[in-house]
Design a protein around this ligand. Sequence first.
Ligand code: ITT
Length: 199
Amino acid sequence: MQTFLLASHNAKKLEELSRILEPLGFKVISPKEINGGITEPEENGLSFEENALIKARCAAKETGMPAIADDSGLCVDALDGAPGIYSARYAGTGNDDDNNALLLNNLVNVPDEDRTARFVSSIACVFPDGKEFTVRGTVEGKIGFELQGNGGFGYDPLFITEWGCFGLLSPEKKDKVSHRHNAIIKFTEELKKYINAEV
Ligand code: ITT
């Protein structure tokens, strides 16, 4: 069984990644299980992929383990793709409530039909021998006019999809339709190619 270190310091994201990966047959280890933890590198890349690679490379180098990192965010069309790679620090406080309040404020005059958006998850996989790849998953939706529910994390209470607002979905439902799920499906396909190439 392949074991991966999940290089994330976001407890909710870690929960989601583990919940999706474990039934697919992967053993996953969180940074808390590593003696002394792992460094949280500066995410100074210019794309989700670059930032995911920065995190996974750092973790693989420090631990000698195959590492997976997710860099994700919300891209809002009416805001030219913002908050995008800056989603976690949009309001400058690192706090989900502040980020959601700022997003609502920045969309205050934007009508429903123009509030289209997508969640993006780029997952990087880095092996200690230096081999690496990234995959990207997305999910389309719209930004609501008010917060709904308290499921998930981050912008979920504002993100409305064909299955309903992410803030109102059960964890099981979100796991089946999310950008992270879609990225992990591609990750498993890519991993098969990697393993086959090694044989
Ligand atoms: P790590 O880098 O340690 O993994 P982080 O929270 O800093 O944790 P990112 O830099 O990838 O992670 O930022 C992701 C942000 O995008 C996250 O904090 C949320 O604001 C938003 N986001 C990503 N996925 C989301 C989801 O499934 N639901 C709601 N918001 C999400």
